[in-house]
Design a protein around this ligand. Sequence first.
Ligand code: GDP
Length: 316
Amino acid sequence: MTRALITGVTGQDGSYLAELLVGKGYDVSGLVRRLSTPNLSNLGAVRGRVAVLDGDLLDQSSLDHAVRVAQPDEIYNLAAQSFVGTSWQQPVLTSEVTGLGALRVLEAARRFADGARVYQAGSSEMFGNSPAPQDESTPFLPRSPYGVAKLAAFHFARTYRESYGMFVANGILFNHESPRRGEEFVTRKVAAWAARVARGERPVLRLGNPDARRDWGYAPEYVELMWRALQHDRPDDFVGATGETHSVLEFVSEAMSVAGCTGPVEWGSPEVARPADVFDLRGDASKARRELGWEPQTRFRGLVGIMVRAEISRPY
Ligand code: GDP
């Protein structure tokens, strides 16, 4: 039985990946940060089939312990402070968790999981405003503390691959969303608002920049890329993206059309303003298609439909 250890297993990607790996017959362990009110809700479908290990990316000893207990063949480092907006309020914490945390995972793997394959979750945020379309050869120009921290993690991963001959793969995934996305991300926020409007309420949707463009895909399809990257014949870096880009404004209009109603929207809200933003992300995932046979199926309209309908049927 192949053994996997997933950090960030309670998050959107971690929980979809756990489902994928359990479905493939893996023995799955997941690292969970202790909270006084545990949040294991995303693990509903695989609860009891994932061994939960307490740990924190800030604590090397907890990672060492988790790796020694789980004895993984594959390690997926998905844990992070993953919200760009918060990375300006908590830049040091973001760097500690998202940047140095990845280094700690690599160290635990190097010392205690000989031969394990490691997936490091990189982000399109590392490209910043490098012109679209972005692929594996596009220069990185991060624009947020989050982007810088993810880029540090990317280079730690590459360096461990080259220094120690470890099998370490970086995914460079563009935005990928689902009903399990954190509520502060724009897609989930808009979908939740559209569902309230569909119920006859009149909440005001307060948003920031309408013109920011993102390459939004569907998260369950992106965890498949992570797995494929570790089954490949050599460790490498892969962009995962749909190749389409749409603005926040388009997302809002499509959400209203799925919900079948319109509601009040205010743009330029200071609550969500960022000191710097990334304007146009559109990935070129040709390499993943060619080398991993990976191709996302869900396009923009399908994704908005999934998200808005999930919010409409969510108990409130
Ligand atoms: P990100 O790409 O990881 O930063 O994902 P987000 O969903 O947080 O943001 C995507 C884009 O939407 C960014 O360019 C934001 O500036 C823009 N945006 C506009 N209004 C909002 C908002 O109210 N909340 C968030 N999170 N983003 C917004």
